[in-house]
Design a protein around this ligand. Structure first.
Ligand SMILES: NC(=O)c1ccc[n+]([C@@H]2O[C@H](COP(=O)([O-])OP(=O)(O)OC[C@H]3O[C@@H](n4cnc5c(N)ncnc54)[C@H](OP(=O)(O)O)[C@@H]3O)[C@@H](O)[C@H]2O)c1
Length: 342
């Protein structure tokens, strides 16, 4: 059946300016890292994307390697663009990235001009797009001059392949260098994509949020739910079908008794706020306006609905924030720590 988007979708979402740019992003964005590969039925992917758009989520985040197999998430999203969103391209912000291993040989990963431009072309082809709205360097490459990686991003914009550029998992120090190079080239760095959640606070220690504010760069925090740990699903063990049961990016060993104790206490705080834990975890990331948008993932449309409900209460009292700090400890869950340590 022809998809007709929800008529009041834009009044269901809050839009926040991305740094000093003119681009507004929904407070909640949807990422297609998991559940958009060949391991998930196409209809589920469609329903997740439709539900997101129906709730005013206009930003869909992809990367060359999302799948499995790598590339299949972009292909699936390309299909959904054609069948469901064909008349809504100008209402969407679609991003992709290159940085991780995508194809064999020396030109299939990291940050060379050769890799970034070829990968961007492949992503456009898979999604059937003329341009992406945002193209990212997915990780800092210690072996390629930053000038080359940023020069490739600048070229990607100037050649019409992308409208804006961003960087992901770069440290504060490398972000300053990258932003300065891009500024000189005349293509500003519009957005940074770091991991950030209640149990993974590297950005606070690194000072990244303050750096971004200082530079006028927006931010999109990925894994705001710590890949699902910051929901109630693991309180009774590891449920079948959950990400931790799939042997992919969420190692069940990282869901320690201490983490579960934190999650239980955080859930009590969320309940007292009249929110689900997922909603509170998203609101926490967005709490002081330093993060532009929270980048969630979902395995079912119902999860998108729950997460979108977070915008109903983004404000915290000082007491709630102190309680969240008191009951939660940092867990060893930051898979991207190596990149941002460079
Ligand atoms: N730049 C980078 O290097 C990088 C790295 C990682 C991710 N990302 C981006 O960030 C996006 C989000 O990452 P993520 O999927 O790990 O984020 P996340 O939001 O922390 O975790 C998503 C998972 O949490 C569970 N979930 C979501 N909503 C729920 C709800 N309301 N109730 C219960 N469970 C819920 C689902 O797990 P189940 O599958 O168990 O149901 C879902 O797959 C990715 O898609 C990608 O776009 C970027």
């Amino acid at each position: 059946m022809t998809y007709v988007p929800h008529p009041v979708r834009y009044s269901r979402m809050t839009y926040r300016r991305c740094g000093a740019s003119g681009l507004k992003l929904p407070a909640i964005s949807l990422g297609l890292w998991h559940n958009f590969g060949h391991d998930t039925a196409h209809q589920v992917k469609r329903e997740i994307c439709r539900t997101a758009f129906d709730h005013g989520i206009t930003h869909f985040d992809l990367a060359n390697n999302y799948g499995p197999p790598p590339g299949s998430a972009e292909e699936a999203f390309g299909g959904i663009l054609r069948t469901d969103f064909a008349h809504h391209r100008d209402e969407l912000i679609i991003s992709s990235k290159a940085g991780y291993n995508m194809w064999q040989g020396p030109y299939g990963e990291w940050g060379s001009r050769k890799y970034l431009i070829a990968s961007c072309d492949q992503s456009l082809k898979r999604m059937g797009l003329d341009y992406v709205d945002i193209f990212y360097s997915h990780r800092f490459d210690p072996d390629t001059p930053l000038e080359e990686t940023m020069g490739a991003l600048d070229h990607i914009v100037r050649s019409g392949r992308a409208l804006y550029v961003g960087i992901s998992s770069y440290s504060s120090a490398k972000t300053r260098q990258a932003a300065a190079i891009l500024k000189d080239l005349g293509t500003p760095c519009v957005i940074h994509q770091p991991s950030y959640n209640i149990l993974n606070r590297w950005v606070e220690k690194d000072g990244l949020r303050e750096t971004l504010e200082d530079l006028g760069i927006g931010s999109i925090a990925f894994t705001p739910l710590a890949q699902g740990i910051l929901t109630t699903k693991y309180l009774g063990g590891i449920p079948q079908g959950s990400r931790a049961a799939q042997g992919k990016s969420l190692n069940p060993a990282t869901i320690t008794p201490r983490a579960i104790e934190s999650v239980r206490a955080l859930d009590a705080i969320a309940q007292a706020r009249g929110q689900t834990l997922a909603q509170m975890a998203i609101a926490w990331v967005l709490r002081d306006g330093k993060i532009t948008t929270a980048l969630i993932g979902a395995s079912r449309p119902e999860q998108v609905v729950d997460c979108a409900g977070a915008i109903g209460n983004l404000a915290f009292t000082a007491h709630e924030l102190a309680e969240i700090d008191r009951v939660s400890a940092e867990e060893d869950i930051n898979l991207w720590a190596r990149s941002s340590a460079e």
